[in-house]
Design a protein around this ligand. Structure first.
Ligand SMILES: Nc1nc2c(c(=O)[nH]1)N[C@H]1C(S)=C(S)[C@@H](COP(=O)(O)OP(=O)(O)OC[C@H]3O[C@@H](n4cnc5c(=O)[nH]c(N)nc54)[C@H](O)[C@@H]3O)O[C@H]1N2
Ligand SMILES: Nc1nc2c(c(=O)[nH]1)N[C@H]1C(S)=C(S)[C@@H](COP(=O)(O)OP(=O)(O)OC[C@H]3O[C@@H](n4cnc5c(=O)[nH]c(N)nc54)[C@H](O)[C@@H]3O)O[C@H]1N2
Ligand code: SF4
Ligand SMILES: [Mo]
Length: 737
């Protein structure tokens, strides 16, 4: 445990704010303590961090309060899910994992071994896992919760530009003339990005902010123009804007001719999106649509920002590409204040993409299906030619169906809580229940997913292990350990290495520190779009956060380029960016007379996902004490529902119950519930009991943002006391230990 102040990164969202953390005991000051009397570390913004310049939101500011509560301290094992766990030594637990992998390899083959990771792993954790699974074991079955999060952005960028990689940077927020925010509640989910943009917007009345969201979110409240479109009509809207730009001749034909391909197909598609048709489909006025198109046309620099309202869709890749199309037709890319900017969700979702943390990609922005990419890695890892499978591995939902069919023989889950976050949760849980062998590697206990594990491995988390993370603007920050891991918890990468050694691959994993892991990984990125061969732990420690691309030869700490594609050349085979020509397909499960409402789901400012940390922080619990459902007053009146009445929400897959929050912030016909309340934190208020798994065919990202539901008021039951809040351990869990 260090006694100094440590500069590190906030472990929550993809904004990636710099933090300064100091020990609980400060000279001449009383020790900081939480409500249980545990000393807590002092956290403040790091003014020297280039991405956040000293700012933090409530999550970053309170993170230290969660570090010591309800931690998983020791490995635990059991032979079947109906037995209680018993404490085991690391030796025994790791031997069990390795021996199970060996058995599955010999009986079912490598395709039956499966790992499901997370954008909350550090880059070093991710890299070691890729080398083990995709390299040594020869299976591409490593997928992550990024499949539920960023995979449409990855597919969209890759198809339009020839490679993944957000081309913008946060400085663009300070100089744009028009911020086009679509499917992102930036104010609550990327607050520090939003603050930065808001400051610029307030100071410069000519700067426009457009927000496209079926809900009037905090973000939408700050906009000059809020387009409250019907869920799933984004492509109509985007093609409608393109139609007007084309009609008005406000497109950049030089850029289109010199730097892009496939424009004619796109021009043909957008002909079918005249304003009257589009406005009607989207549920907005023609005037609103025209205003949006005028803002685009009249702004010298347009910056689009999007997140889950775009990605989590059965046409997510098409939505992303349709946003990019607008930038290509107006040459709004590769220059300050402009570009298509996907806001990444998790703190290291970007690092996951760079290291190959989805089942169809490989380290260094390489793809499984590309024989040259596989050969490069086989050579780098000194593996026999052909060792890396040419077949993409199982994606998140395939793991569930693989458990159902018995094709998955062992599942190893790390740093994610799928028993809350996967769609169609009853089906997902039933599949997890059938798993012949599940390893769950997490920092906390209990969590909802622990209930489905045969082996629990205690992970050291942020603050207790040293590694790197990359934020949305491609800035890599070193997160140094400053506390001792509790109990016997170990860093994720070390756990992976221990298992690799037991499987006979010790010589491939000779690392004694995460800095050594990083050095090897950085070389894999050489000459790739995400070239970070010039970055090392030592350099990050000495110079502070660094932005890629940063090739080895580059002495300066400034990146070679701040923005990608400044010269109009793209990393595609012909060097051009490609227009994607898509018609709108709408929702996968539209409302009908039996299920007449569209349910959408999302986030609240204070909570982080499944509450493993934020549910244990008093200030945040007070901020968001209970789950709820947002219902428009007109729908509430039709249903005879008043504020706080319990409403049962039914979909084709399951039911949940929420107290009503009657508000005009939501459009009639649409309802919203937050995703944060799993089985541990409330009684039957799971958003994902309702959602479906139907996914984008290109990105395989499920449509978590929309499903059809029916609402039924629960008579004579008010919400007060209707929720069993889980303060520490639920009886269901503690009885098993
Ligand atoms: N406070 C907080 N911040 C977070 C997180 C957290 O848990 N809590 N998680 C992080 C992660 S991993 C992620 S991925 C990001 C997510 O960040 P966001 O995507 O901003 O958050 P969400 O609330 O999931 O969804 C955004 C908005 O999409 C809208 N939406 C729904 N359907 C549609 C549609 O069809 N079209 C359009 N245009 N919009 C639609 C919803 O109404 C919602 O307001 O947040 C990150 N930051
Ligand atoms: N309905 C609905 N469902 C959704 C979404 C939605 O908008 N709507 N959003 C989706 C999206 S975008 C996302 S990103 C997912 C998020 O869903 P999850 O990934 O399931 O949610 P988290 O609560 O972030 O779970 C992270 C887990 O990692 C653990 N952890 C933290 N640090 C470490 C570490 O260093 N090592 C290890 N081993 N464990 C660690 C935490 O204790 C926690 O249990 O949810 C998805 N599901
Ligand atoms: S904006 Fe994101 S990275 Fe910054 S302090 Fe808040 S949660 Fe952390
Ligand atoms: Mo996410």
């Amino acid at each position: 445990m260090t006694t100094d102040t440590t500069k590190t990164l906030c472990p929550y969202c993809g904004v990636g704010c710099g933090l300064e953390v100091s020990p609980p005991a400060q000279p001449g000051k009383a020790v900081n303590r939480d409500s249980q009397g545990t000393p807590i570390w002092k956290v403040q913004g790091d003014r020297t961090h280039p991405s956040s310049q000293g700012m933090v939101c409530v999550k970053g500011a309170t993170v230290a309060e969660s570090l010591s509560k309800d931690r998983l301290l020791y490995p635990m094992v059991r032979d079947s899910l109906d037995e209680p766990f018993r404490r085991a030594s690391w030796e025994e637990a790791l031997d069990r994992v390795a021996s199970r992998i060996k058995t599955v390899l010999s009986t079912q083959g490598p395709e039956a071994v499966c790992m499901y990771g997370s954008g909350q792993l550090q880059t070093e954790d991710y890299y070691v896992a890729q080398k083990l699974l995709k390299g040594c074991l020869g299976t591409n079955n490593f997928d992550s919760n990024s499949r539920l999060c960023m995979s449409s952005a990855v597919a969209g960028y890759s198809q339009s530009f020839g490679s993944d990689g957000p081309p913008c940077c946060y400085e663009d927020l300070d100089v744009t003339d028009c911020a086009f925010i679509i499917g992102s509640n930036t104010a609550e989910c990327h607050p520090i990005i939003f603050n930065r943009l808001r400051k610029h917007h307030k100071k410069n009345p000519k700067v426009k902010m457009i927000v496209v969201d079926p809900r009037k979110t905090t973000t939408a409240e700050a906009a000059d123009l809020h387009l409250a479109i019907k869920p799933g009509t984004d492509i109509d809207l985007l093609n409608g804007i393109a139609h007007l730009l084309m009609r008005w001749g406000r497109i950049d034909t030089f850029f289109i001719d010199e730097c892009t391909s496939n424009f004619p197909a796109y021009a043909e598609v957008i002909q079918h999106y005249p304003p009257e048709v589009v406005a009607k489909r989207c549920g907005i006025s023609v005037k609103e649509l025209e205003t949006a198109a005028h803002y685009w046309a009249d702004s010298e620099r347009v910056l689009s920002m999007w997140s889950m309202g775009v990605n989590q869709s059965s046409e997510g890749t098409a939505k992303v590409r349709t946003i990019i199309n607008l930038h290509l037709m107006t040459a709004q890319i590769g220059k300050p204040g402009s570009g298509p900017f996907s806001l990444t969700g998790q703190p290291n979702a970007m690092g996951g993409r760079e290291t190959g943390g989805l089942s169809h990609i490989l380290p260094g922005y390489r793809v499984v299906k590309n024989p040259q990419h596989r050969a490069e890695l086989e050579e780098f890892w000194q593996l026999p030619a052909g060792q890396i499978s040419p077949v993409p591995g199982l994606a998140a939902w395939d793991i569930i169906t693989g458990l159902e069919t018995g094709d998955v023989g062992m599942l190893w889950i790390a740093a994610t809580n799928p028993a809350v976050s996967l769609p169609d949760l009853e089906r997902s849980k039933a599949a997890l229940m059938r798993s012949p062998f599940t390893v769950y590697q997490d920092a906390y206990y209990p969590t909802e997913t622990a209930e489905f594990a045969h082996v629990l491995l205690p992970a050291a988390q942020w603050s207790e292990k040293t590694g790197t993370m990359t934020n949305s603007e491609r800035v890599v920050t070193l997160c140094k350990a400053f506390r001792t891991p509790p109990g016997e918890a170990k860093a994720d990468w070390k756990i992976f290495v221990e298992v690799a050694r037991r499987l006979g691959f010790g010589d491939k994993f000779p690392y004694s520190t995460s800095a050594e892991v990083y050095d090897e990984y950085a070389q894999v990125t050489r000459d790739r779009v995400c070239d970070m061969s010039g970055i090392s732990h030592a350099r990050l420690a000495a110079q502070g956060p660094l932005q890629w691309p940063l090739p080895k030869e580059k002495e300066s700490r400034l990146p070679a380029v701040k923005r990608l594609y400044t010269d109009g050349r793209f990393p595609s085979p012909d060097g051009r960016a490609r227009f994607g020509a898509y018609h709108s397909r709408g929702l996968a499960e539209p409302p009908d007379p039996d299920y007449p409402y569209v349910l959408t789901t999302g986030r609240l400012y204070g909570h982080w996902h499944t509450q493993t940390r934020t549910g244990r922080i008093d200030k945040i619990k007070q901020m968001h004490p209970n789950p709820f459902i947002e219902i428009h007053p007109r729908d509430a009146a039709n249903l005879d529902v008043q504020e706080n009445d319990l409403v049962e929400v039914q979909s084709r897959r399951g039911t949940s119950r929420f107290p009503a929050k009657v508000t005009k912030a939501i459009s009639p016909g649409t309802v919203f519930v937050p995703m944060h309340w799993g089985a541990l934190w409330a009684d039957k208020a799971e958003a994902n009991a309702l959602t479906h798994h139907i996914s984008c065919p290109d990105s395989l990202q499920p449509e978590l943002k929309a499903c059809a539901v029916q609402l039924v008021p629960v008579v004579a039951e008010k919400s007060e006391g209707g929720y069993l809040r889980c303060d520490t351990k639920s009886p269901a869990f503690s009885s098993r230990v």
